[in-house]
Structure formats: C-alpha cells, structure tokens
Design a protein around this ligand. Sequence first.
Ligand code: UDX
Length: 479
Amino acid sequence: MTSPELPDVAVGPAPSAPPVERPRITVIGTGYLGATHAICMAVLGFEVLGVDVDPRKIEALASGRVPFFEPGLPEKLREALDSGRLRFGTDFAEAAEWGDVHFVCVGTPQAKDSNAADLRYVESAFAELASRITRRALLVGKSTVPIGTAARLTELVHETSPAGLQLELAWNPEFLREGYAVEDTLHPDRLVFGVPSDWAEQQLRAAFRPILDAGTPLVVADLATAELVKVAANSFLATKISYINAMAEICEVTGADVNLLAQALAYDSRIGGRFLKPGLGFGGGCLPKDIRAFIYRAEELGVGQSVAFLREVDAINLRRRARIVDLIRELAGGSLEGVRVAALGAAFKPNSDDIRDAPALEVARMLRTEGAIVTVYDPQAGENARRAYGGLNYADSLADVARNADIVALLTEWQEFRDADPEYLGGLVAQRKIVDGRQALDADDYRAKGWEYRALGRPAQVPAVQLTLDVKGLTLASA
Ligand code: UDX
C-alpha cells in the first residue's frame, strides 16, 4: 500500500490503467445507508447514480422525497438533485456500464432461523453487478458483514465478471448513526479502506478525496480487518451500554444511584461518558443483530470463547426491558390489569423513525400482554409502529397520550418529552406517576410537582407533595 504522499499511479494487475481522478460513482441499495451515501457523494461534487430493485424508493428519491426520517437529508437531496450530479434508477446494466466505483450498500438483516447475518442481498448485488461489468472497475462493500465475506465475494466476482481480475473488490465500512447520518457521512471521524491492491487504494482515495483533504484520518487495511472494524466497534459500544446497565442492576439492590455513578465514571477520561447512559438499553437495526452475528461467526471460526461475553451483553440488554415492566407494575400497585399507560416513544432512539428492535415497542407490547391499556405516542415513528404493532393504541400528540393516564412511561428520549412541563402534564394525567426509562427527565422537578418518579437503577423516593397548612395564620409550606 502506498503512503498518502505518493502520486496516484496504478500498481495493480493492470498497470496501464491509472485510477480515475474523479470516479463516477454508483450506489447499489438506496435504503438508509445507500441513500445517504449517494446524496452526500453528489453534494461533495461527484457524479452519482443510485440503484435499487425497489422502484418505489427510486421514484421517491428521484422526485426529491426521502422515504424515511433523517434530519437534514431532505435538504441535501434537494441540493444534490439541483446540482444535476445525482440520479436514480433500477437498471444494473446501466450502473455496470457507467460507474467506475460501485458502492454496495444493501442490508444484512438477522437471518430468520438463526443469529447469523442474512447475506442474500449482498451476494445478489455483487453478482448482479459483476456479471455485467466488462471493464476495469472497483466494487466496494459498505454493508456490515461477517469476517471472510469480502474474500469469498472476491472469488465470486472474479468467476462471474467478464472483466475477470480487472474487477477489484474493496471494503469500506460505514459508521453512521441514524439521526446524524449527514454529519457522519460528510465529516466522519475516520475512514477505513480494506483493499487488495494499491490501485484499489488509490481509486478509493480518489472517491473520498474531499473528505480526506479535510484531514479525516484514514486507516488502510486488509479486507478482513476492514470487515472486523465495524463489528468490533459496534460490539464495544454495546458492551459499554450493557456495562452501565449491569451497574444499574447492582444499584437497584443496594440503593445506589446509577446516574451519579455514570457521571462519576465519565469524569475519568479513560472511560468517558459517551455510550455510558443507563436506561432501557440499545436497539435498532445494527447493534443487536451485529453482536449476535459476530458471536455466530466467531463460533464458526472456532473462537467463540473470545466473544462469549457478548452473549451476556445481549442478555443484560434484554433484561432491561423486562425490568422496566416490573417497575411500572410496582408503581401500579402490583398488577397491570386495566392500568392506563401512556408510552412516550416508539422509535429505537430519538431523531429516528426506525422501530427495528425498538426497546420502547417491546416494552409497550409486554405491558399490554399483562393487561395494561397502552397508548403510544412518538413524534416521528407513530406510522411505522402502527403498521407493525396493531394491538396498541396510538395518540397523535403528547397531550393526547397523557390524558387520563394512570402511569406515564418515558421509553424514547425525544427532546419534546425532555422539554415537557411536569405541571402541564400533571394537569392531564389521572395520576402523577412516571417511569423514566431513559434517565432523561429532571427527577427533582417532577418530584417537586408531586409526581411519583421512578427510574431504573435509582432509589425510589417519596414525592415531595405540595403541602400548605394554614394554622391560625401561621403558614407552613413544604415542596
Ligand atoms: C450504531 C452505531 O453507533 C453506528 O456507528 C453504526 O454504524 C450503526 O449502529 P445507530 O444504530 O444509529 O448506530 O444508533 P446509536 O446512536 O449507536 O444507538 C444505539 C442504541 O443504543 C440506541 O437504542 C440508543 O438508545 C442506545 N444507547 C446509546 C443507550 O442505551 N445508551 C447510550 O449511552 C447510548
């Protein structure tokens, strides 16, 4: 691999073909990751063609509509379309003929019958493209895959493509977070290139030139390391969250306060406060399935023991959901039968309408199973939740969901819920009882307004009732 100072010369299998200075980019799969990548690459000045097998997605994007909620992305889509550099289509042959660098961004969900990753979309995307590419080009996988997939796909591609060894395959994992996808794509904290040759590296450098020129750190690696970086990062993040949630379990039996504990730990710069937020735990389309697929793959490779701790990480995380139901039941006096619960939040995290493996909806479902009358409100994910979980009631506003509730349960920490005035909410509910599943609210403020406030890993306290006694002209006030 060459160092960044060396000129862009081809040293791969075809020395006569230098890397294209400003490669034409295709993005295969225009879901969450692919749409964001395609749009941002066009904003950065590249000509981009986004391809998907789903014509509805393509129509939406081509007409300027982002088919999911992501702050800032609709504006960037408009900018990219207006520049004339971004277009969308469903034709693999056109993509194969036109593109120099092809990014594959299709999903790798959890398999239906096991914890393994389902690779059929990735395999099909690479095969569809490779069989149509007749000239020198670079295929780049961005999807999260089990280690060893890129090596296997390389063989497949070389066997099926008319371009043969002229078609190279690299891996470039993405680390974008939902809710911050634009920022994470345009200003990533690092780039990782898993490359088989100097030519592939130079071609990727050309495709990321504006981001590299902005000083973004780059790690150039082999294919296996690049694949591993992604799952290793997600496993670490999941472990950090489950670690603090395990501490919350200890706090629950000792009367200690996990919020104060997390604060004190965070001041240690070796530990840091990010992803150390206790609560209902992690969900979404990445962390849960990625750690499970990692365990599965490690076992296949005979090193299951090395990541056995991830089973516990997963188990701690799932226990949080059951534990919050316990807390709500406790607050309801021992039974949930007929208790009206206002569930605040459905998305797996705020600033997203994604409900994949959403702890909030899992909790709502468990409450309902125990006989509670659950009404859900989410600022963005209500529609998705309605479609997936028909058995729950849905409200269209915070006021509607809170009205006449016996217990309020904060399950996803949207800003709207953080900003809610406890006095105003108190005027709507039947009883001032709240469970803060995300440690997002000001406990003192709620208690001062007469709420019974409970949170996982924090001691229960008697609410400070607003009591005013007027005894023969002497006023005693307590709050
Ligand atoms: C994650 C990774 O962060 C990202 O790098 C990767 O590319 C995809 O997976 P994302 O799924 O969008 O991104 O969400 P993230 O912000 O990482 O949050 C994951 C889950 O952890 C959420 O459910 C969130 O509520 C939870 N979480 C996060 C906590 O419970 N506590 C924390 O301190 C942080």
